[in-house]
Design a binder for this molecule. Structure first.
Ligand SMILES: [Zn+2]
Ligand SMILES: [Zn+2]
Length: 228
């Protein structure tokens, strides 16, 4: 299984999971359809579906255009907090996460890997330890220390809500570290609320070395799971 980042952050989010058999699942569609097709190398034949976390345009912008060539699942449109579906070889369940609008995180299984995709959440309301998560594509939006300083200096009156801090994301990773092989951090704030290198080094100092930990970088492809 591989993960390709097409776009990440508040200007647009789109990732592709590619199974060993070549099935491709689009995670969020918050950029132009032209950029999504380019990210798919103009080959839409093996796209088995698309999941959307929530209605904000940096996640849903091209959802209706993807419907022209693949099924699109928007579970946040239902009142049900937890749902389940299949798209191609991907077994997918979702659960509700606290954000400014209804929002879902996904647990996706394929190729003997269990992947958590969680973006735009303040915290995860469920204990996921019995899910045995191997891969996390997870938001780290801001550093608590920077927000505290901004607040102290009077630049902001309250901290950001609806997004995950370095502290929250690190706690989720540590709680679920037992089966983890890859952590891919996403949706970082581009407005100076996070120093990417510093936040990554800090996280790496806390998680076991065997967990491959990195930022999602547009255009980059990451091999998921154990290489042997
Ligand atoms: Zn967002
Ligand atoms: Zn959002």
């Amino acid at each position: 299984m591989t993960l390709k980042t097409i776009a990440t952050g508040s200007t647009g989010n789109c990732y592709i999971l590619i199974s060993d058999s070549g099935n491709r699942l689009i995670l969020d569609a918050g950029i132009s359809i032209a950029d999504i097709k380019k990210g798919l190398d103009y080959d839409i034949a093996n796209v088995c579906g698309c999941v959307i976390t929530h209605s904000h345009l940096d996640h849903s912008f091209s959802a209706n255009k993807i419907k022209n060539f693949a099924p699109v699942w928007k579970p946040y449109e239902s009142d049900k907090a937890r749902q389940h579906t299949h798209l191609g070889c991907f077994d997918i369940e979702c659960f509700d996460v606290p954000h400014s609008v209804p929002c879902r995180a996904f647990i996706i299984k394929a190729d003997d890997l269990t992947i958590l995709y969680a973006s735009d959440f303040e915290y995860l309301p469920y204990n996921l330890q019995n899910k045995n998560i191997n891969v996390m594509l997870i938001e780290m939006n801001y550093q608590q220390s920077i927000m505290n300083k901004l607040e102290l200096d009077g630049h902001i009156t309250h901290t950001v809500t609806g997004h995950s801090s370095d502290k929250t994301t690190t706690e989720i990773i540590l709680q679920n570290q037992k089966h983890l092989q890859n952590v891919v951090l996403c949706h970082y704030s581009k407005s100076g609320n996070l120093r990417r290198d510093e936040a990554l080094e800090e996280l790496k100092s806390k998680v076991p070395e065997y967990i491959n930990t990195q930022w999602a970088i547009p255009g980059e492809v990451i091999q998921l799971g154990c290489p042997f």
